[in-house]
Design a protein around this ligand. Structure first.
Ligand code: SF4
Length: 203
């Protein structure tokens, strides 16, 4: 059996291959402030970053709003120079329910989550292509509950379909998750206790 891909190392190879002094435009899909914190810290020096908040999976709407507002407040404090931009995309929960149909009872990390990742990554890649970004990626792999293999394969496929480059990564590696906990505590960020959708909230 082939060795599993080390996606963190793949990212390091991509970073090492960037031209000296270049700061390519990166569209970073993000689900919340805590997950964004350590990823931004790691990538901010190498990329001109725009965060895309596209998360129609989040339920209820008040929780969606809370995570969006917390992310905006964090970005404003973390990057007061204004070099990190934030775009809040549409919030149409039916997009998620259509993707998750028939998989409502799946456990977390199961087939419903694959559809949920795919939906968000496809939109991120589409947005990146439409707005001329050099790379697209997601903060999702920082969570110990989310496997980098699936996220990177889905992200690469979406990026290829949309004609943009995928930045590989596994942000939980190299103490990335631990660092997100430290930054969340330092910035007093709200940390939700369920993944996002109503099915995960009920479990
Ligand atoms: S558990 Fe999380 S990743 Fe899975 S479908 Fe729900 S919101 Fe999406």
């Amino acid at each position: 059996m082939a060795n599993p891909v080390n996606w963190q190392r793949e990212m390091e190879k991509t970073l090492a291959g960037l031209p000296e002094g270049a700061r390519p435009r990166l569209l970073l899909h993000a689900c919340c402030g805590p997950c964004s914190s350590a990823v931004l810290e790691q990538l901010r020096r190498r990329f001109d970053i725009t965060i895309l908040y596209y998360n129609p999976n989040i339920w209820p709407e008040a929780e969606y709003r809370r995570r969006a507002d917390e992310l905006a407040a964090f970005v404003a404090r973390f990057a007061p120079e204004g070099d990190v931009k934030l775009v809040e995309d549409r919030y149409l929960p039916d997009e998620f329910y259509a993707a998750a149909r028939g998989l409502e009872e799946e456990p977390e990390r199961g087939a419903r989550c694959t559809r949920c990742y795919a939906l968000r990554l496809e939109r991120a890649a589409e947005f990146a292509a439409q707005h001329g970004f050099d790379y697209v990626c997601t903060t999702l792999s920082i969570s110990p509950h989310k496997d980098a293999e699936r996220l990177n394969r889905l992200g690469m496929a979406a990026a290829e379909r949309q004609g943009v480059r995928w930045l590989p990564g596994d942000f939980k590696k190299k103490e990335g998750y631990k660092r997100s906990l430290q930054l969340s505590s330092e910035y007093g960020l709200y940390r939700q206790d369920y993944c996002g959708c109503e099915f995960s909230a009920r479990k």
